[in-house]
Ligand binder design. Structure first.
Ligand code: OMD
Ligand code: FE2
Length: 455
């Protein structure tokens, strides 16, 4: 439906009206078509050039045309993530699909955001938050932006049609989108929708380094799609209007963990042209070029990293976005589903569609959390089945799971812990893993034999 430019982290130039981009320079004395120049900085002015991100907008009126903000309670309001309303809990957690919005209720994307877990502080620009959303109503004459960080959105049900300052993006399930800090957007939906959101308070998402994999593979840079400039018609002659008629758009801002709102003079989607490397983008997860073992064992799931937000320690991510994509499994003499494990990182998983290969009962639209060092792995029926399975080449194509993996211990929201759709019996899926150890008997036999020989 919409046009896109392609190439992760590229420097784009796009205009919705011929000649709207200044031919050179960023801030001419008079911009073409009498537009206003405005810079959006996504990194400090002085960060090294290869990490520096900013975009120049050429817009009909500057963003500053809004009334003072006031604080309100709402879906974007997550509070501090550390105190009241959140607590740590090492237990394995699982949630059934997040209930969809009930018929008769109208909930927008912003109103439908529910915080599952998080850590750190948006004010200190450290840490992250994990949310889920359910919504059924388009944001009409309202837009929002997040001062606290970047959103990575994983739709599970329902296509999101997202209008942003940079243009339009269509994001159906099996796609993701990233909306960087500060970018104004609004979400349209045409059905009852649900999905997951990873919010990072520091840095931006990058493609992972490929190391010995080489210069291609996993998520390829050319498959990341960026919007082209598009603008709403702006009503002229606002001077003669009443205040209500004039300030006809609601603008919502998540700022320091809280939701603020104000009214704006007309549409914020008034960017006729832009250039830069700071923009929302989308990615089709079915384009992921999966690398896997063709001998024995399977690699750590980091091999499925789509995007990473680097942490302070080399190689340790603040957050990785990892998928378990369709792939051929051909490994010999191995147990193919996930092994039993304990991880110093915390693993929040979601299910876009279908079935996960490690578990019964992990459903599309549901979620699980295995925190720092909490034991987990396949449930017993999966273990038994996979231990006895005939190892022939097998296409893994029964579902798409993903993981937000993070270095921090997550504070879980009280609302998520006490949610009706939490599967409080989750721990039972590992009950009954039998002791089938045969070593003692063998050793006993061996000793007997040795004794017989008089050794
Ligand atoms: O826990 C999980 O299901 C995810 C996972 C899969 C795997 O194959 C190895 C490690 C891991 O955390
Ligand atoms: Fe795991």
């Amino acid at each position: 439906m919409f046009k896109y430019n392609a190439g992760f982290d590229s420097e784009f130039q796009t205009e919705a009206l011929p000649g709207a981009l200044p031919p050179f320079g960023n801030n001419p004395q008079k911009c073409p078509h009498n537009l206003y120049a405005e810079q959006l900085s996504g990194t400090a002015f002085t960060v090294p050039r290869k990490e520096n991100r900013r975009t120049w907008f050429y817009r009909i009126q500057p963003s500053v045309l809004h009334s003072p903000f006031r604080r309100v309670e709402g879906g974007m309001d997550v509070g501090s993530l550390e105190g009241e309303g959140f607590r740590v809990d090492p237990n394995q957690m699982r949630w059934n699909p997040m209930p969809l919005v009930e018929v008769g209720e109208n909930v927008t994307f912003v109103q439908g955001l529910k915080t599952m877990a998080g850590h750190g502080s948006p004010n200190a620009k450290t840490g992250l938050a994990i949310h889920m959303y359910t919504c059924n109503t388009s944001m009409i004459k309202q837009a929002c932006y997040n001062s606290d960080g970047d959103y990575l959105i994983v739709p599970q049900k329902g296509t999101l049609v997202v209008q942003t300052e940079m243009g339009w993006l269509e994001v159906p399930p099996k796609h993701i989108m990233v909306i960087p800090r500060g970018v104004v957007f609004r979400v349209e939906v045409s059905e009852s929708s649900r999905g997951y959101v990873l919010e990072i308070f520091k840095g931006h998402f990058d493609l992972p380094d490929l190391g010995p994999i080489g210069s291609n593979g996993l998520a390829n840079a050319r498959d990341f799609e960026y919007p082209v400039a598009a603008y709403d018609e702006v009503v002229k002659g606002r001077e003669g209007m009443t205040k209500e008629q004039r300030y006809d758009w609601k603008l919502i801002n998540k700022f320091g963990g809280h939701q603020f709102e104000t009214e704006r003079e007309g549409t914020p989607f008034n960017v006729v042209a832009w250039h830069g490397n700071y923009s929302p983008y989308r990615y089709d997860l079915t384009k992921f070029c999966c690398i896997n073992s063709v001998t024995f064992d399977h690699p750590d799931p980091s091999i499925y990293t789509v995007l990473t937000c680097k942490g302070d320690d080399v190689g340790t991510a603040t957050a990785d976005f990892v998928i378990f994509p369709e792939r051929w499994m051909v490994m010999e003499n191995t147990f193919r589903p996930p092994w039993y494990h304990r991880n110093c990182m915390s693993e929040f998983m979601g299910m876009v569609w279908g079935k996960y290969d490690a578990k019964e009962g992990f459903q599309a639209g549901g979620a699980s959390l295995h925190s720092c060092m909490t034991p987990h792995g396949p449930d017993y029926p999966t273990f038994k089945g996979a231990s006895e399975a005939e190892l022939k080449p097998q296409k893994f194509d029964k579902g798409l799971a993903f993981m937000f993996e993070t270095n921090v211990i997550l504070n879980i929201s009280e609302k998520a812990i006490s949610a009706e759709h939490r599967d409080v019996k989750y721990f039972k899926c590992w009950e009954g893993i039998p002791n089938t150890f045969v070593g003692m008997e063998k050793e006993g036999e061996g000793k007997k034999k040795k004794r017989k020989k008089g050794v």
